[in-house]
Design a protein around this ligand. Structure first.
Ligand SMILES: C[S@@+](CC[C@H](N)C(=O)[O-])C[C@H]1O[C@@H](n2cnc3c(N)ncnc32)[C@H](O)[C@@H]1O
Length: 344
């Protein structure tokens, strides 16, 4: 999938879709709720250096659904609180909500003069790559990095993320004013060694291979499909921020989020005798979260006729390996950055 294809095809399932992102984004909502104190810290620090008349804020990769305005409401609320405490006049707000298509954060914004943004937020956007990495021919039977992938696959993914994230930082450094803040979250991994991790996409590869066995999908189509997404470790984020050089890193944290729609692992352990149907119900919820974010990409490659069958199988695989319902705990990285330089 080329850069142009990804730009056009990458989006979450629309609100009128049966399995919409809007109805399957409670995990991402937990992330936004969890990082509110970090946003508060970043904005409070920025306000010590810049008290804007009009505060310019951007949310990059905002999608459409209940989360779209949530981060922006938090930001406005935090500024309200600061202004009340410090007896400052409340600024006006100029807000940019950004998402694809043709509104790609891999470009500099045409709307804002340089060095004009006070605060940038992006939740669960930067782990999407601008294109499928080159060099994944050997990733046969997998649709993402997997424990069975050869080393060249891990390198190809890591190289593409390094390029995209470096580009992202240098574009934002043109838009954000000195001492302005930026808080980013993405799905991450614990282990610096990428071959040691279970990324959660393997049950989807397995479901596609089931359809190959049935003769519904061609093996070559599975071999040539790879998700344009990357799960970095915190060391990679720190290294890229340092090497790019435009931002000081105030905070870099790793945390886990639960999807409230999926029973947590602790609860499962206390309910060893759960009926298979309960696991199947949980499996469907987990499969729907995955479907809401990956269906447009899968449809473009495999066609939409197999989607119901594919995700029913995925739900069953999740239920079969019920101790492995990946979305009960998703590793998330948050990084809080300040643009270097003296405030204007
Ligand atoms: C998982 S959704 C997260 C949406 C929302 N921020 C939330 O937390 O619920 C990621 C969003 O980032 C968008 N995105 C990914 N790459 C992008 C890019 N290069 N430019 C603009 N948006 C992008 C996707 O289209 C998608 O809507």
């Amino acid at each position: 999938m080329s850069k142009i294809d990804v730009e056009m095809l990458l989006h979450m399932n629309a609100a009128d879709h049966e399995i919409s992102y809007a109805n399957n984004s409670s995990l991402q909502k937990q992330v936004i709720l969890k990082i509110r104190p970090i946003i508060e810290e970043s904005i409070t620090d920025a306000f010590k250096k810049i008290v804007p008349i009009c505060m310019k804020v951007a949310d990059l990769g905002c999608s459409s659904g209940p989360n779209t305005f949530m981060a922006i409401w938090h930001i406005i609320d935090i500024v309200h609180e600061i202004c009340q405490q410090e007896q400052l006049k409340l600024p006006e707000f100029e807000v940019l909500l950004n998402d694809l298509p043709e509104n790609d954060f891999n470009f500099v914004f045409k709307l804002f003069p340089t060095k004009s943004l006070h605060f940038v937020h992006s939740s669960y956007g930067i782990h999407w790559l601008s294109k499928v990495p080159v060099g994944l021919k050997e990733n046969k039977g997998n649709i993402y990095m997997a424990r069975s992938s050869p080393p060249s696959v891990f390198k190809a993914y890591a190289d593409q993320f390094q390029k995209d994230f470096t580009n992202f930082l240098s574009l934002r450094s043109e838009e954000i004013m000195p001492q302005g803040g930026m808080v980013l979250t993405c799905v991450g991994r614990k282990n610096p060694n990428p071959s040691k991790e279970d990324y959660g996409w393997e049950p989807l590869s397995k479901s596609l291979l089931d359809l190959v066995a049935e003769g519904v999908v061609k093996e070559a189509d599975v071999d040539s499909f790879n998700i344009p997404h990357y799960t970095p470790c915190k060391e990679e984020i720190a290294e890229i921020v340092k090497r790019e050089g435009s931002f000081d890193m105030k905070r870099l944290q790793v945390f886990k989020v639960n999807d409230s729609a999926v029973v947590s692992r602790e609860e499962q352990l206390h309910n060893q005798d759960l009926d298979f149907n309960v696991y199947l119900e949980m499996g469907k919820k987990t499969a729907n979260i995955m479907r809401a974010v990956s269906e447009p990409l899968l449809c473009s490659h495999f066609g939409d006729a197999i989607m119901d069958n594919l995700f029913t199988r995925l739900a069953t695989h999740f239920a079969d390996g019920h101790s492995n319902l990946k979305f009960d705990k998703v590793i998330t990285i948050v990084v809080s950055l300040t643009k270097k330089g003296n405030s204007l």
